[in-house]
Write a protein of this length. Structure first.
Length: 399
């Protein structure tokens, strides 16, 4: 977040908020150490042992605040859900994050977390272990005096990067009835938080054909790769003529040997959309690829892999709260939309007010260049603490 030139924090509650920001910055060494504890653990797709280790460390970080954690089993990694046992009956706020990254085992050994000037690098440091530390730090700065007036919960899953296939139902069940959901995916440069996301729907298009020897009797075969090539062109054309959405053939494989007419080929398709109507149109169009293939003797099967509903922008609400406290802190914040999806798509589709992109600000997501800005750990933690403090003060004033 950038400092707003020529502005001073609002005086009403502003001094207390500035103290939160000062504390957050004073304690940056603490936040860096907390971040190192979870970044330097491999927790890639399906790495249940690593994900569990990140969970254990997060639970230890929040123990001083009295959170009681339960593990919810899924066919994949568990989902952990923490709630303060002595909480008041104020607004029920659910903080959401994920412990998994996209990086394979051994990545941490090759490039552990490093602090390099005003940047912190490391696998998953932005997406979204930095966000997990922002949530923890914000809660620690807010303190039990603030949290005692609020019904605060935290939920962390371990398969978000794989589409939350196993954890979706648990997320939706635990989020039901929440007054708001705050998601700690990476913040947007320079000062953005996410108020809407496109939905995502991924498909597998599988083509079967008939094998034959490429030298002796190729005409007896039915080339599945040739049929798949026709499908790829149709998919790309669909993407070009879908207003409010994108459709992209992202992976393809097929064949078995260099001297055999390929009898199978598979295409992976990624689609994004602004609303349910656009998604329905995409699903219908992709579905029309099924059946007899475009090459004689081939056949196509379409399978839905995973789906996240669109997260539409709604005016006011929690973004306004963040923008108000940002002004009092002398910071700037903007509302951003993105084509990327998150677990916030699930909660927003349930009608729960959802604010996303509240984590540390960085870039290079899912690459070896992934980073966050050092100061964003403090500014984003202070933002969360200030919002919670404002909510608690409002309850106190109404008592």
């Amino acid at each position: 977040m950038s400092q707003m030139s020529g502005e001073t924090p609002d005086t009403q509650g502003g001094d207390a908020m500035v103290r939160l920001l000062d504390e957050a910055r004073d304690r940056l060494p603490d936040w860096i150490e907390l971040l190192r504890q979870i970044v330097d653990v491999d927790s890639g797709p399906g790495d249940v042992r690593g994900i569990d280790e990140v969970y254990d460390r997060l639970i230890g970080m929040l123990a001083p605040l009295g959170f009681d954690f339960q593990r919810h089993p899924t066919p994949g990694p568990d989902v952990i859900h923490g709630r303060r046992t002595d909480t008041a009956t104020g607004p029920r706020l659910l903080l959401v994050g994920h412990a998994d990254t996209v990086f394979p085992p051994g990545t941490v050994a090759r490039r552990p977390m490093r602090v390099e000037g005003d940047r912190i690098t490391g696998p998953g440091v932005a997406d979204m272990k930095g966000g997990l530390v922002v949530a923890v730090a914000g809660l620690l700065i807010a303190g039990t005096g603030t949290l005692d007036r609020l019904d605060i919960e935290i939920l962390v899953n371990g398969d978000e990067e794989s589409g939350s296939l196993h954890s979706r139902s648990t997320i939706e069940s635990l989020a039901a009835g929440a007054d708001a959901v705050l998601v700690f995916e990476p913040g947007r440069p320079e000062s953005g938080v996410v108020t809407s996301r496109r939905g995502a729907h991924r498909f597998e298009v599988a083509v079967s054909g008939r094998p034959a020897h490429t030298g002796v009797n190729p005409a007896d075969g039915a080339n599945a790769i040739e049929a798949a090539a026709h499908h790829v062109l149709a998919i790309q054309e669909l993407g070009r003529r879908t207003p409010g959405g994108t459709v992209t053939a992202v992976m393809i494989d097929g064949g078995s040997r260099p001297n055999i007419v390929p009898d199978s080929a598979t295409i992976r398709v990624d689609s994004r959309f602004d609303d349910d109507t656009t998604e329905s149109a995409i699903v219908e169009a992709i579905g029309r690829l099924a059946g007899a293939g475009p090459v004689s003797g081939t056949r196509t099967v379409v399978r839905s892999l995973d789906q996240r509903p669109a997260f539409p922008r709604r005016d006011g609400g929690w973004f306004d709260r963040y923008r108000t406290v940002a002004t009092r802190l002398g910071l700037d914040v903007s509302a951003e939309s993105t084509g990327g999806s998150s677990d916030g798509n699930f909660t927003a589709s349930l009608g729960i007010p959802t604010l996303d992109g509240l984590g540390a600000v960085g870039g290079g997501y899912h690459t070896s260049d992934e980073f966050i800005h050092l100061d964003s750990l403090a500014t984003r933690a202070a933002m969360l603490a200030a919002v919670l403090d404002t909510e608690a003060r409002g309850l106190a004033d109404s008592d």
